[in-house]
Design a binder for this molecule. Structure first.
Ligand code: HEM
Length: 168
């Protein structure tokens, strides 16, 4: 929500998608999620910029290996720095920017991203998590009008001296 509030164009676009697909006569439901591609792009872009596990879960080498010139002894704790990989400028254009569009129409297919890990120990809850997050985020967007808290408003409620506390 913080990313959407700081990127009102994306918020407007996803709200329009939900309005067109679901309308306002009923609450968004699970079967709608597959028909909301931009909502999916927003979740992917959020997990790219802020992966829940920035170093995934620690793994351990079962045997001694040689990788890219590094000798890794058996029993070494291995951390995958996906936070850095997700922001690698060699992979992602303008990596620090919140741009859900980069995932539209399969544009980022084949780019290295692993918020749920990869391989045999990859998160088995990925599909469930994506649907749940989609449902909750979709409902929050559908049911409420969101805007950034404006410090000036605090001045209206509490008096002008309070408003000076916030950024100008
Ligand atoms: C946004 C939500 C979620 C994120 C970002 C997430 C991410 C992850 C990550 C990064 C791992 C470690 C992968 C690795 O070792 O490389 C993991 C493991 C795991 N996750 Fe999730 N997860 C999420 C939701 C869920 C849900 C909803 C479930 C179950 C219903 C779940 C069950 C598990 C289990 C059982 C493992 C351990 C798998 C193993 O070690 O073999 N996760 N998850």
């Amino acid at each position: 929500m913080a990313l959407l509030l700081n990127n009102p164009n994306a918020l407007e676009k996803v709200r329009a998608e939900i309005d067109a697909q679901v309308g306002n006569q009923r609450l968004i439901k699970e079967s709608d999620i597959n028909h909301l591609p931009y909502l999916h792009c927003i979740i992917s872009e959020t997990l790219r910029l802020y992966p829940v596990g920035p170093l995934l879960i620690p793994h351990e080498s079962r045997e001694e290996i040689s990788l890219e010139g590094y000798e890794i002894p058996k029993g070494t704790m291995l951390l995958a720095n996906i936070y850095q990989i997700h922001r690698n400028p060699e992979i992602w254009e303008e990596p620090m920017k919140f741009k859900p569009e980069r995932f539209q129409d399969g544009r980022s297919n084949g780019k290295w991203m692993a918020p749920f890990g990869m391989g045999r120990r990859k998160c088995p809850g990925e599909a469930l998590a994506m649907r749940q997050v989609g449902l909750v985020l979709g409902a929050l967007i559908q049911c409420f009008d969101w805007e950034r808290f404006v410090w000036r408003k605090l001045g209206v409620w509490l008096g002008p001296s309070w408003a000076k506390l916030g950024p100008s």
